[in-house]
Design a protein around this ligand. Sequence first.
Ligand code: PXG
Length: 438
Amino acid sequence: MSNQLEAFWMPFTANRQFKAKPRLLARAQGMHYWTPEGRQILDGVAGLWCVNAGHGRQEITAAVTRSMENLDYAPPFQMGHPQAFELANAIVNIAPAGMDHVFFTNSGSEAVESALKIALQYHRLRGDSSRTRLIGRERGYHGVNFGGLSVGGMVANRKAWAGSMLPGVDHLPHTFNLSKNAFSRGLPEHGAELADELERLVALHDASNIAAVIVEPIAGSTGVLPPPKGYLQRLRQLCDKHGILLIFDEVITGFGRTGEAFAAQAFDVTPDLITMAKGLTNGTVPMGAVLVKKEIHDAFMTGPEAAIELFHGYTYSAHPTAAAAGLATLDIYQREGLFQRVKEIAPYWEDAVHSLKGLPGVIDVRNYGLVAAIEYEPWASRPGARGFDTFVRAFDAGILVRSAGDMTAMSPPLIIERSQIDELVGTLADVIKATKAG
Ligand code: PXG
């Protein structure tokens, strides 16, 4: 067995540990995965925050099959195909008002790179070419390409490439505050003033040198950090005041996770650009996108008509197969009212996850919409190991969750039933209770 597993160098994985004791998934349907041995696993994380409509959706399979049979590939440069335009329109239909142009990519990481490039060129086109600094946030995750790494704030992802990052990047402080906000239900009370750190960076560099701020409305990968009440509003005001573009990375928060199409709508703060991926195709076919405000798009449409406006794009931008998957996915979200469903089930979810308060070692529970994280007291001997330990034992117990450091994250498909929330949280509770001191 181990020989057969050797050739695949697995991403973000402890390869040797995995290959010594593999966790394989062979099949999926609805809320469940099955292992090759036929063991059923309840999916508590929508694959990897992406299968929002649940697994095995026939409508998507049928649309993708039809599309592939009809048009296997079409070049996206100086050529087009109908489904790409249809999907861009469908995204704009659910987008915040005024955000009405879509640039397609193949992943969240590429969406981030594209958004950063659009932001930089936008200022340049307006004669503001000294605006080159980018501002991210500690504990931010914006994918793994060099731009996203540079604005990101996860040390494990950054340290090996520290010398090769983009120059001219600053970070706002993260908003995680255990002593003040532990066990908040929904948005935490404390921390809106952390947005004012942007003023400090403006005072240091001058606004005329700053292009954009990029944040996840809810930081996902580093442990589900909902924004403190008023924080995003404050950030928006400061960006407006100083002519800085605001980018929301909604790769995780997009497509219903918060009870709206985008977190921008849930929090009533409209950024200038939104990056998305994952739920756009229900995880079936790789695709990402950048949603852009009209003013930003229009600033590019000023040169000679025969000139390419943006020297950027990918061979597979708006790939027909991905576009077909995206159209079928958005159709399911709308037909089944899945974003609204999140609003309805979110209070039940909140009560369920907060029932874990009081279990041994649980020092925080955080939630918003249909996402939550449980934070554990780190083991003195092995800080950062407890999330992974919980994840492995949870998988053995029949549920799939995510781990990061001393934390478990959950973000189930939006079709989850109350009984399945009970099963997911109940099984996690048993796993937590059975934790042996590290
Ligand atoms: N931005 C955000 C906010 C993300 O969550 C990306 C960009 C990059 O997307 P791609 O498609 O290039 O992977 C992500 C991806 C985790 C985890 O464990 C989360 C992601 C990826 C891998 C692991 O939470 N999110």
